[in-house]
Design a binder for this molecule. Structure first.
Ligand code: GLY
Length: 376
């Protein structure tokens, strides 16, 4: 990687024909949000959906960055519980009360919860208005702000109500990552590691070498990690926007993760990116047991997560967990089940993931039983 000014922005284009857009990645993008967004505006006014935590830390910086573009904002409560019908309908009603028109712009300013909810509100408001993602967490910068998945949770499960609605622009300001709690940063890093594991062994090598310095705050390394992650996501979304095939690769580690998130009640016991990291380690363990990859692969995955101070095993999750059958049952309710069979993302090695349609339940049970036994 060449040494360059970390506050200079880099651009990744997401090429989706009429729905194409750019993801800008760099320091100070919020401070110049007005100049970045102005070409998209028909009138100099935007409506911002955010949460109370992000509003307290960053909303005035965004207002200043927008310059003479008038900004109106609604701050919803922070946390996953916001991502349901009640706050969604509050957000849509507010946008209507603010007289946001078809040609206006909504800004999603926050992490994954706000990005998904605001994107869905933009998708349905007046049958669809444009929106800009300004993600403020690492997880949102490398994953949820790119690719157009929007939605809310239902009592039947997470993300079951929604729409594909691509943003018109994404501004990933890496300077805000410095305000994240270390645990939240590392949770987002779980998704970064996922990209190396699923499709770029060289990027995983780079993360092994640079991950600790990146987590410690090096802005140039952070920008590179976000850019490479976004580039990989963009190429996959271009091939398969609506997840008919390849886009499922982005779910590496997620079938295990969703079961663990359900088992821990979507609580502080396990953050999403932590579940993804553990899920990736389990997916590589499963791949190795199925004879698809060498033992070295799951060992390297675990060693890197451990070196980063991340959760690696089921033993790292505090409190009780269901037994292996119970966890398998929670996977069985995963929305990615196709025709009653479990679908997993497995790997032939680091950087070589593929979608496997019919994984034997006994092998999954064996992996879970052994992982639970390590909890003692
Ligand atoms: N987060 C997975 C996807 O966007 O497809």
């Amino acid at each position: 990687m060449t040494k360059s000014n970390p506050s200079a922005a880099e651009t990744v284009a997401v090429d989706l024909g009429a729905r194409s857009y750019e993801v800008r990645i760099g320091g100070g993008l919020i401070a110049r949000a007005g100049a970045e967004i102005a070409p998209l505006l028909h009138r100099r006014r935007v409506a911002v959906l955010t949460d109370a935590t992000v509003a307290a830390t960053h909303l005035e910086a965004l207002r200043a960055g927008l310059g003479d573009i008038a900004m109106t904002a609604l701050a919803l409560p922070a946390g996953e519980a916001t991502k349901g019908w009640a706050e969604f309908s509050r957000a849509v009603d507010w946008l209507l009360a603010e007289k946001i028109e078809r040609r206006d712009l909504v800004i999603a300013f926050g992490g994954g919860v706000i990005g998904d909810l605001a994107g869905f509100a933009a998708a349905v408001l007046r049958r669809g208005v444009r929106f800009v993602q300004i993600p403020t967490t690492l997880l949102a910068q490398v994953d949820s702000s790119v690719g157009g998945k929007t939605g809310i949770n239902s009592t039947h499960g997470k993300n079951l109500i929604g729409a594909f609605h691509q943003p018109s622009l994404v501004l990933a300001d890496i300077s805000v990552l410095g305000t994240l709690a270390p645990r939240d940063f590392l949770s987002g890093y779980g998704e970064v590691v996922k990209y190396g594991l699923l499709g770029d062994a060289g990027f995983f090598d780079w993360l092994e070498a640079n991950g600790p310095a990146l987590a410690a705050g090096d802005a140039g390394l952070r920008r590179h990690a976000v850019r490479r992650s976004v580039e990989m996501k963009a190429r996959i979304v271009e091939r398969d926007e609506t997840e008919e095939g390849d886009r499922a690769l982005l779910n590496l580690g997620h079938t295990f993760c969703h079961a663990l998130e359900k088992a821990t009640g979507y609580s502080d016991r396990l953050l999403h990116g932590e579940g993804v990291a553990i899920g990736c380690a389990l997916a590589f363990e499963l791949s190795q047991r199925l004879g698809l990859c060498a033992q070295e692969a799951p060992s390297r995955v675990r060693a890197h997560l451990r070196a980063m101070g991340m959760k690696v095993d089921l033993a790292d999750i505090p409190g009780d967990l269901p037994d292996a059958q119970g966890l398998l049952a929670l996977m069985g309710q995963d929305k990615k089940v196709v025709d009653g069979r479990l679908r997993f993302i497995l790997a032939r090695g680091i950087g070589a993931a593929f979608v496997a349609g019919d994984v034997p339940g006994e092998a999954v049970l064996g992996v879970l039983e052994d992982a639970l036994a390590l909890r003692g």
